[in-house]
Design a binder for this molecule. Sequence first.
Ligand SMILES: C[S@@+](CC[C@H](N)C(=O)[O-])C[C@H]1O[C@@H](n2cnc3c(N)ncnc32)[C@H](O)[C@@H]1O
Length: 180
Amino acid sequence: MELFADALRSLGSERPVIDVGCGTGHQTHDLASQGFRVIGVDPSGAMLERARRRYPELHLVQGDAGLSSVPDPVFSGVLARYSLIHVPPEQLGGVLALWAARVQSGGVVMTAFQSLDAGLHTDVDEFDHAVAPAWRWRPDAMAEALAGAGLVERWRLVARPGDGFHRFPECHLLSARPPE
Ligand SMILES: C[S@@+](CC[C@H](N)C(=O)[O-])C[C@H]1O[C@@H](n2cnc3c(N)ncnc32)[C@H](O)[C@@H]1O
C-alpha cells in the first residue's frame, strides 16, 4: 500500500483514486489521510453503513466494480484490494477494460487477491469464501488480463503469511496505463 501511495504521489494528480470494494473503508481512510482525493465504492449497503459510521468524512458511493456509479470521468488510480475476487472470471476482462478507459495516462491500478498454490495448474479457481462467491487467480493470469486491457505490470509481490489466518498465497500486483 505504501508503494501504491508512492506511485500516486509521483503522478501528482488532482484526479480521484477509486477504492473498489472499499468495504468498511479502512484503506479509503488511509489514502484520504495521506491527502489523496479518494472515492470508496462498494455494492454492499451494510459495508458502506459501517464505513460511514467509522469515517463520516469519506466520499463513499454504492456500486459495483464496473464503476458506473462514480460520476468522475477520469481517475488517477484504482485500488481493488480483495474485491476483484468477487467478479466472475468471465466478467474480469470487461471490468478491467472499463477501468483502463477511465485511468489517466500514467495512472496506476493496484489489485490484491488470493492466489493459487504452486501445484494448481489452472488460471483461476473458485474457493469457499465465507461471504460471497469468490475466485483466486494465478498472478500471471491476472497480469495477462490487466495487460489485455492496456494496464502494464510494474511489479508484484506474492506472500503467504504464516499466521494461520491466511489460507492461500496472496498477491499484490501494481500495473499502470503507459504514459502517452
Ligand atoms: C474482503 S472485502 C475487502 C474490503 C477492503 N477492500 C479491504 O481491503 O479490506 C471485499 C469487498 O468487496 C465487495 N464486493 C463484492 N462484490 C463486488 C463487486 N462485484 N464489485 C465491487 N466490490 C465488490 C464486498 O462488498 C466487500 O466489501
